[in-house]
Design a protein around this ligand. Structure first.
Ligand code: TRP
Length: 447
């Protein structure tokens, strides 16, 4: 199917791409990684990864999407000569489903916290103990029905937006909500900076502690780069297939990366120094956002309202990401099964619902079903984040360099000097594949 729809302007495209990039990865995962990996030492390594891998790969995905004449992944990746790679687009289809099968669940937690924060769960109480919020998350985990219903709500919201055409659905939503997200971040940062005893936390956050850096820090930073820029599942390729000719993809890649990184850094700035201010432990893991943060809100005057806007912001960030995941494979099913946009969105939503059920049950009914000490949910997250996303990026570099290099060069040379373009090709052809292969080998040894 050829693409008859377009994003209406360069700014709107950047907002849509940034909307996909900014999500739970930046708001929920990034602060955890900073806390566990030596404060800003991690931030510095992450920024280096964004520069060396993130931006070049984003340019690659954007240029593949923009120059392709289709928005369906199987026709975009036309590895014609080599029959083995011919079906490799299936990696992206499977990857997208696996990603949605757990990401929508965590988005559901976010929704439930947003609802809780309005209905009074997170109310002002300076003497509250940590265990209260452990119970909020705990009661969600132990109640499969509730977990699945919240996931279903996310699926329905996503379906509703994706079933409209892209300018009326995805584009409008990002255009309206993304500035709101930024505004909320700024309000929360100002609030945090005025808390008592904030200087120690700020020192931790901005003073790099390289003694905490290990090889795993680098692997985490790389994984976070792929995940936080939505690389490796074809999402950015499909999004950029709706680009008009005149749009500068280099600028778009740089802006998208800057916005994504900034949101991560801002979100860490909200969460980490305030832990210090309230003498809470840094080692939060999953609970950093879902247990420690609400506890902090409950001890701040008017914190109830801060909690509402925080979880609303997080909800915006996840919905603008979930719609990008659905969009990744929506045109493929339209074409393959000869469906309308609405019906294709409905079909995918239904499959996601079914796939998310075992993941939801792995917190309760199926919690004993483990392999290598990981439950089903953790297995799926591991497979997706540590293997499929990296393989997906490797595949893209192979496709770009060996199959459509001339088309890409023609597109890129409109915006880059020959020197920078050669540097880009060098990174894509040698450095990035090398790094990816090293990570994959390390993962195999680790497991
Ligand atoms: N980037 C999003 C986040 O940080 C998640 C996301 C959306 C994603 N689309 C993706 C991750 C495609 C990998 C691939 O939360």
């Amino acid at each position: 199917m050829s693409t008859s729809q377009n994003w209406s302007s360069s700014l709107k495209f950047i907002l849509v791409a940034a909307g996909s990039a900014v999500g739970l990865g930046n708001i929920w995962k990034f602060p955890q990684l900073v806390a566990e990996n030596g404060g800003s030492a991690f931030i510095l390594i992450y920024i280096a990864c964004i520069l060396i891998l993130g931006i070049p790969l984003l340019i690659l995905e954007f240029s593949i999407g923009k120059t392709s004449k289709s928005n369906s992944l199987d026709t975009i990746l036309h590895f014609n000569k080599n029959s083995f790679l011919k079906h490799s687009y299936l990696l992206y289809i499977i990857g997208a489903f696996l990603l949605m099968s757990f990401y929508f669940i965590v988005s559901g937690w976010t929704l439930s916290y947003f609802v809780e924060s309005i209905t009074g769960g997170i109310s002002y109480n300076p003497n509250l103990e940590n265990s209260y919020y452990q119970n909020v998350l705990g009661s969600l985990f132990s109640n499969p029905k509730k977990l699945i219903l919240y996931t279903l709500a996310i699926i329905l919201i996503t379906y509703y937006i994706n079933s409209k055409d892209i300018q009326k659905g995805i584009e409008r939503l990002n255009f309206v909500l993304f500035p709101v997200l930024f505004l909320i971040l700024i309000i929360l940062i100002i609030k945090v900076l005025t808390l008592n005893n904030i200087s120690e936390g700020l020192k931790f956050y901005f003073y790099p502690d390289f003694s905490k850096v290990t090889i795993n820090t680098f692997i985490n930073a790389l994984g976070q780069t792929f995940f936080s820029l939505s690389l490796g599942t074809g999402t950015m390729i499909v999004y950029s297939s709706y680009l008009k000719k005149e749009i500068n993809i280099i600028k778009a890649s740089i802006y998208t990366s800057i916005i994504g990184s900034l949101v991560g850094i801002f979100s860490g700035l909200i969460i980490i120094p305030s832990l210090f201010s309230f003498n809470l432990p840094l080692s939060g893991g999953t609970g950093l956002t879902f247990i420690s943060l609400p506890l902090i809100f409950s001890q701040i005057y008017l914190g109830k309202y801060l909690a509402i806007i925080f979880f609303f912001m997080m909800l915006i960030a996840t919905i603008t990401s979930t719609i990008s995941m659905l969009e990744t494979i929506l045109p493929y099913f339209m074409k393959k099964c000869n469906l309308t946009r609405q019906k294709s969105a409905l079909l995918i939503s239904f499959i996601v619902l079914i796939l998310s059920i075992p993941n939801s049950l792995s917190f309760n009914v199926l919690s004993n079903l483990t392999l290598f000490k990981l439950n089903i949910f953790e297995q799926v997250v591991y497979l997706e984040n540590n293997i499929l996303l990296t393989l997906g990026s490797l595949l893209i570099t192979i496709y770009g360099i060996y199959f459509i290099k001339d088309t890409l060069k023609a597109e890129i040379s409109n915006y880059l000097s020959p020197f920078i373009m050669n540097l880009w090709i060098f990174l894509i052809k040698f450095i990035i594949p090398l790094i990816i292969i090293v990570i994959i080998i390390k993962e195999i040894i680790n497991s």
